[in-house]
Design a protein around this ligand. Structure first.
Ligand code: HEM
Ligand SMILES: *[C@@H]1O[C@H](CO)[C@@H](O)[C@H](O)[C@H]1NC(C)=O
Ligand SMILES: *[C@@H]1O[C@H](CO)[C@@H](O)[C@H](O)[C@H]1NC(C)=O
Ligand SMILES: *[C@@H]1O[C@H](CO)[C@@H](O)[C@H](O)[C@H]1NC(C)=O
Ligand SMILES: CC(=O)N[C@H]1CO[C@H](CO)[C@@H](O)[C@@H]1O
Length: 326
């Protein structure tokens, strides 16, 4: 069938609208370049002014970003406070040990002062996590922006979406798979455990009562377990002592965690799980070869994680305060 000039014109217009529509409907570098040109700079400056004095916050912030993205997508749902009728993600058991909320709230208030109601908490959290890791000498990755904030946050969702320290490899791969991440991403992103701390209570059953018979997890290096029991986690009921996941370099983003894991010294069962298949073992071995390659690929996986089920266009909202929906 032959189309007249006018029909061609119509088709062209429709195509243009479709193209414009679709480019708006995805994350893009510098989404705020026109609407709030200083936004990314404000985040970066605050991070540079504060993270060097409090490097342990970098760990808290990247973990917050991870928890956000795995539950309902990267939409800052993790930042919402509970209300009288709703228990938010923040108040679920896995979140008891999350930190860094005030840091995000402060940056948000600075950005709001510059351009009220324009920049999402979801983007601020994503940018802050990236800049904080880079500020402690870790990798850098691209953060396209344009995420919008969710209006729903339910504690119960964390139990079905978030990996737990006692999960085995099958469950971990399923939970990562559910959000479009693969075995390679699982190994690489677990590499974030090269910084930060855990509570003794998170690993006390591995040390003291693995199968309910007063035993130790055989997957944990015996020498290391003895050391932890003698000097760190002295009894099964210790709720407060913190232990470094990469001893001696908790603020240095390096291959330390992978080295621990292959020595069977990863703190969680989910860390030990990475040794349970030839696929994940070979991914580990591969990344142990080069810090530079680890940084590049970690960044690639982070960028991927930052795209999980993002809300864009007219979905969600731009929150005024990260702890509350508008
Ligand atoms: C593979 C599944 C994962 C599990 C089961 C897991 C579990 C945990 C647990 C239980 C803690 C310590 C909580 C405590 O006792 O205080 C922790 C800490 C941490 N996780 Fe993960 N995690 C996983 C993946 C990730 C990912 C993907 C990232 C980031 C990309 C990450 C970053 C961190 C950091 C930085 C800390 C230390 C936090 C701090 O110092 O405050 N984790 N993780
Ligand atoms: C939100 O809840 C946290 C405790 O989870 C509390 O410390 C904080 O003050 C609350 N935020 C606001 C703005 O009320
Ligand atoms: C992993 O854990 C799940 C859930 O607890 C369980 O059903 C499954 O059998 C476990 N898989 C392996 C290989 O241990
Ligand atoms: C170890 O686990 C068993 C079975 O869950 C429990 O009955 C026992 O009280 C635990 N022991 C300690 C010291 O917590
Ligand atoms: C940091 C934070 O918000 N922690 C909360 C986790 O959940 C408990 C209740 O389960 C709250 O009391 C904490 O404030």
């Amino acid at each position: 069938m032959k189309m007249g000039n006018q029909s061609y014109f119509k088709v062209l217009i429709i195509c243009l609208i479709a193209i414009i529509g679709s480019t708006h409907a995805q994350l893009q570098p510098g989404f705020y370049a026109k609407s709030c040109p200083k936004a990314e700079q404000i985040v970066l400056k605050y991070v540079h002014d504060h993270i060097p004095n409090a490097p342990s916050l970098a760990a808290a912030l990247i973990r917050l970003h991870f928890h956000d993205c795995f539950v309902k997508g990267c939409d800052a749902s993790v930042l919402l406070n509970s209300t009288q009728t709703n228990q938010a993600e923040k108040d679920a058991i896995p979140n008891l040990t999350l930190r860094g909320y005030e840091f995000i709230d402060t940056i948000k208030s600075l950005v709001e002062k510059e351009c009220p109601g324009v920049v999402s908490c979801a983007d601020i959290l994503t940018l802050t996590a990236r800049d904080s890791i880079h500020a402690i000498g870790g990798p850098y990755w691209k953060v396209p922006t344009g995420r919008r904030d969710g209006i729903i946050s339910k504690a119960a969702d964390t139990f079905t979406s978030l990996p737990a320290p006692f999960h085995n490899l099958t469950v971990l791969l399923t939970l990562f798979g559910n959000v479009g991440l693969d075995a390679n991403d699982l190994v690489l992103l677990s590499g974030a455990h090269t910084i930060g701390v855990s509570h003794c209570s998170t690993i006390s059953t591995r040390l003291y009562n693995f199968t309910g018979k007063g035993d130790q997890d055989p997957d944990l290096d015996n020498e290391y377990a003895k050391n932890l029991k003698t000097f760190k986690c002295k009894n099964i009921n210790d709720q407060t002592t913190l232990i470094e996941m990469d001893p001696g370099s908790r603020n240095t983003f390096d291959l330390g965690y992978f080295k621990q894991v292959v020595k069977r010294r990863g703190l969680f069962q989910s860390d030990a799980a990475l040794l349970k298949s030839s696929t994940t073992r070979s991914i580990l071995a591969q990344h142990l070869q080069s810090n530079e390659k680890f940084f590049t690929e970690f960044g690639r996986s982070m960028e991927k994680m930052g795209r999980i089920n993002v809300k864009i266009g007219t979905e969600g909202e731009i929150r005024k305060h990260c702890a509350f929906i508008n």
